[in-house]
Design a protein around this ligand. Sequence first.
Ligand SMILES: C[S@@+](CC[C@H](N)C(=O)[O-])C[C@H]1O[C@@H](n2cnc3c(N)ncnc32)[C@H](O)[C@@H]1O
Length: 302
Amino acid sequence: MAERQTKSYLMHKLREIGVEPNSRHGQNFLIDLNLVELIARSADLGPRDVVLEIGTGTGSLTELMAPQASHVITVEIDANLYELASERLLRFDNVTQLQVDALRNKGSFAPEVLEAVGDALRGTPDSRLKLVANLPYNVATPILSNLLLCDYTPHSMVATIQKELADRIVAEPWSKDYGALSIWMQSQATTEIVRVMSPKVFWPAPKVESAIVKIVVDPERRAAIPDLKYFQQIVRALFLHRRKFLRANVTSAMKRHLTKEQVDAVLDEMEFADDARTEQIDIATMQTFTEKLRQLAPDWTL
Ligand SMILES: C[S@@+](CC[C@H](N)C(=O)[O-])C[C@H]1O[C@@H](n2cnc3c(N)ncnc32)[C@H](O)[C@@H]1O
């Protein structure tokens, strides 16, 4: 039975170990158990599933997921919270707790995390990797983006993130939130906002609304992108100034690799209008366009 993670329970537990929630580490804890349950339920866990949770906190979500999954790897940067959660998680022999910064840098996961994930996947027949977490908001974007580039392709990701970030993940072309992140996610996965959450369901309350987002990887869509890293970087480069004319963005991004004539030729081949803007390119067109650029400038990097 999960312990009730109410505000007074949390205040009491944290005071016991002399901890004040640290906003630098995005320590906003969910105090509505129904929502903790909704996160776990949305992940649709089963015996093939290896769960990666970033941000153990007090272990409330971990405790719910452990009986449903094959293995849970849960990562916490804060030593005091790690200790607090270990008492609660001791009874599970399928939970690996790591006390480490989940990210080695903005572009990659800590090696300990990847090693634990690899071991659990190898130890589970027909395994699937699922990220399920109430993510620390300051590192939510690199965590979700990096997982789609690391050696272990996730089956899905269900995470609590800032609503503003969730809006960008699910945004469509021409909308104000459409950008590099929307293309990166939707080119490989279906994306959906499961629930928008008021700041009141967290303690301490953050300044902004949050949302549970569900991202389910589509292997066919992923396979249609021959070089994921190249694709990610081109999209980032072109969307740095998404309202500008596409021609100006491409010329600037490729300046040391393609001549003006080459850029003009590839834009004509794609039949882009002279006044086409980056923000209007849909995902399929971006994929075709990136492939043409990659054929012409395979060594390009951001
Ligand atoms: C939003 S809280 C979620 C806690 C818990 N899962 C819950 O729902 O109550 C985020 C947690 O991530 C931890 N954290 C922050 N940055 C981290 C990082 N880079 N690596 C691992 N954990 C981190 C924080 O200390 C905090 O416990």
